[in-house]
Ligand binder design. Structure first.
Ligand code: NAP
Length: 302
């Protein structure tokens, strides 16, 4: 186990997103000196960074010189990646590779890169860390290339693959927030009935990142929730717990959803390695959604 002197300087790249903003909370307090970057939702206190601009990410890292950089920022719009291939590779692979090169120059520097179960083809999920990768779409391809660059740069770097991340985030657009907004307005929502994953509560993921960093985990680790479930059943359970009308949810096969990017159908992640590293399993959907409902009670939907 690596013992860090305190405070550790942490750079959260993409601190305005669903996971990044929770990382800013988790990596707070006297043990950490934490900085974040933002792009379109830049707010005061954050450093501007556009990962689509060659050289920007490396310049920020060489100026900040963090002990640990966590790349939460990504082009996460799976459909958008399909139509803007070059931009997807710049943001999801080339900039992470540049960051990895800069982090290597910092003694003891460690880079944590968030990746996805979309590196797999979805024929036999849930997948473990040794499963063969075979992405079906540009998003998955670009994240896999990013993973490789980060792992090749240093053996102390860590790739954390996750999937179907959800949380209550006012103004956010994750799957459960879309469901909440639509069903609250009595609008119908079409949901894939044949896409399976292991939905991951964002708060749990941010905490898992902290614990993985504490034990100095390296290589690839899958961090995801403990239930393997279809998107349709997840949506129905969310509607039940959030007291919304489940009859507004209509299940369809992926083939009828008119999506540009191919989706892995049986995806999801096995988390035995995570359990060994941190000593626990991440929560399942019932507990995550109940926590979501509590946060919803404290904040209006935007
Ligand atoms: N959400 C999921 O279901 C899921 C599943 C598997 C893996 N992951 C991975 O987990 C990580 C975190 O996901 P998330 O749900 O937190 O994503 P998110 O909410 O979509 O946030 C994306 C972040 O990336 C930043 N970003 C986008 N384009 C950028 C650019 N050109 N330059 C700099 N920053 C840019 C955004 O900044 P602004 O908001 O300021 O524009 C935001 O901070 C990502 O690496 C994603 O690939 C997510």
């Amino acid at each position: 186990m690596m013992i860090y002197s305190s405070p550790k300087k942490i750079l959260v790249i993409g601190a305005t997103g669903q996971l990044g903003r929770l990382c800013l909370k988790v990596f707070s307090g006297e043990k950490y000196q934490t900085l974040g970057t933002g792009f379109s939702r830049l707010s005061s206190g954050l450093t501007p960074l556009d990962l689509s601009q060659e050289g920007e990410a490396a310049a920020v890292v060489s100026r900040v010189r963090p002990d640990i950089a966590i790349i939460c920022g990504a082009m996460t719009d799976v459909e958008g990646c399909e139509s803007s291939r070059e931009k997807a590779f710049q943001i999801n692979s080339k900039s992470p590779a540049d960051i990895a090169r800069e982090m290597k120059k910092i003694p003891g520097g460690k880079l944590v890169f968030l990746s996805t179960d979309y590196v797999f083809d979805g024929t036999c999920g849930p997948y473990d860390e040794n499963s063969l990768t075979h992405p079906l779409n540009v998003y998955g391809e670009s994240k896999l290339k990013g993973e490789k660059a980060v792992l090749e740069a240093s053996e102390s770097n860590l790739v954390v693959r996750t999937t179907t991340v959800y949380s209550f985030q006012a103004g956010g657009n994750n799957f459960t927030m879309q469901l909440l907004k639509r069903l609250s307005q009595k609008e119908k929502m079409l949901v894939a009935a044949d896409q399976w994953a292991t939905p991951t509560y964002a708060q749990d993921l941010a905490l898992a990142l902290e614990n993985l960093i504490k034990v100095d985990a390296c290589g690839i680790i899958h961090a995801a929730g403990s239930d393997f479930i279809s998107r349709l059943d997840f949506a129905r359970e969310a509607a039940r717990i959030l007291k919304l009308d489940p009859s507004l949810i209509q299940g369809l096969p992926t083939s009828q959803l008119k999506q540009k990017a191919k989706r892995p159908l049986k995806a999801g992640l096995k988390t035995d390695r995570l359990q060994k590293a941190v000593g626990y399993l991440m929560r399942g959907i019932k507990e995550g959604l109940r926590d979501f409902a509590e946060n919803l009670g404290k904040s209006p939907v935007k």
